[in-house]
Write a protein that binds this ligand. Structure first.
Ligand code: TYD
Ligand code: MG
Length: 385
């Protein structure tokens, strides 16, 4: 949007500069003029990266500068449609005082940029470093100044990145973009569910697929759990990509309401692909994964499950169920366990909807017969005790 200020936040190294450079390239390819101001990297470094990304750079101007007044003088001269400031933490205004990146500097620099860009109808993209817990308050204080706030998220060891809208004066924030970081920078992932399920094998123990929602976009993810007897001390709970509070809650409900003896078990829960799943709609999948691992019973083939688990073991409705079911059907799932209280839901597109009212019933309908130890060990490692 002409005249808008867009803040792109994210952890250091997540891919903000890469994304901004790619966006700059796309705009300049369409005949726009773009200035990329970098306070972090030298022009040589940026050029190297640009070459790797296959950027030709007609109409794309680089400026390595941290003095904001100097940068604005240059921007005034070139008068681009889009200017990138990478990052807001590295530029400074002499008159503002304080060190670059300090709260005063951040606010003054952003206000200065806004006053410059708005009347000229120039779009500004600002990169800002934020740590996960948001302690480096930086960009948070800018959220009310800028028009759009986007966060680029992902796990360190996963190549997938989620671009999430947090604030948007021009439209909905209920959207996410899913990208993969590769040798040629960030590429859009056209079929995300497929990617996150690509290694999901049928009939595996402790592994359950849930249709989650990322913004308005349904996304099938695999949740895994492993239980093992606690060897000493109190049993431990480990959550990767799942909220620890929900893991503790689900484990407690499984013990108390479904009769599983988890009191002496360590539990590790994991979301495949480095994703973060925080919505309660994944509770049932997590429960089934834990029960599956504990009882050595695989989840029924081609089965997806979705539902929020309540403290008395009841299953609660989840938002936008229809959307989730369509996605599950699209990826070849044949059955889906859904909360019994869901209204207006019938079988569709080759997917049988199975309504369940509580956890016990879900475990009964969702898990297959127990697999004996001797059948499990295809690698030949037998348990002798
Ligand atoms: P970068 O955009 O510099 O992150 P940020 O600006 O958010 O700090 O990207 C950092 C990482 O991305 C870096 O560790 C290398 C990786 N990367 C790729 O894997 N492929 C690529 O094509 C590029 C340009 C970077
Ligand atoms: Mg950077």
């Amino acid at each position: 949007m002409a005249g808008s200020l867009v803040l792109l936040g994210g952890d250091p190294g997540i891919g903000k500069s890469t994304m901004l450079l790619q966006v700059s390239d796309m705009l300049s390819r369409n005949g726009g003029k773009v200035v990329y101001v970098s306070g972090e990297e030298s022009p040589q470094q940026i050029k190297l990266r640009a070459e790797r990304l296959g950027i030709e750079g007609h109409g794309l101007f680089l400026l390595a500068e941290t003095d904001l007044e100097v940068a604005l003088g240059y921007l005034e001269e070139v008068s681009p449609q889009l200017a990138v400031i990478d990052s807001v933490q590295t530029v400074y205004l002499n008159e503002a005082g304080g060190a670059p990146g300090s709260l005063t500097q951040l606010r003054e620099c952003t206000l200065r940029l806004m006053r410059w860009a708005k009347p000229r109808q120039i779009c500004l993209l600002l990169a800002g470093h934020v740590t996960k817990d948001g302690t480096l308050a930086g960009p948070r204080v800018l959220e009310h100044i800028v028009d759009v706030v986007l966060y680029l998220e992902g796990e360190r060891f996963s190549s997938y990145r989620l671009l999430r809208g947090v604030k948007n004066r021009f439209g909905s924030t209920n959207e996410v973009g899913i990208f993969e970081m590769g040798g040629q920078g960030l590429q859009e992932v056209a079929n995300p569910s497929q990617v996150f399920l690509s290694q999901h094998s049928e009939q595996s123990i402790g592994s359950v697929v849930v249709p989650t929602l990322e913004g308005t976009r349904p996304l099938l993810v695999e949740i895994q759990a492993l239980t093992s007897p606690a060897t000493f001390g109190p049993p431990r709970r480990t959550a990767n990509g799942i909220d620890m509070g929900r893991l503790l809650m689900v484990s407690a409900v499984l013990s108390k309401r479904a009769g599983l003896s988890l009191g002496n078990q360590d539990i590790i829960a994991n979301v495949v692909g480095g994703l973060d799943v925080s919505e309660p709609a994944a509770d049932l999948a997590l429960s089934l994964a834990i029960a599956s691992s504990l009882s050595d019973r695989p989840v029924n083939p081609r089965l997806a499950v979705v539902g929020e688990v309540g403290l008395s073991g009841e299953l609660r409705a989840v938002p936008q169920l229809e959307r989730r079911l369509v996605e599950a059907a699209r990826l070849g799932f044949q059955r889906c366990l859904v909360p019994g209280v869901s209204v207006d839901i019938t079988d569709s597109a080759g997917l049988q909807v199975i309504k369940v009212n509580d956890l016990r019933q879900a475990l009964r309908l969702g898990l297959g017969p127990r697999i004996k130890q001797s059948e499990k060990g295809s690698g030949g490692v037998e348990q002798t005790d």
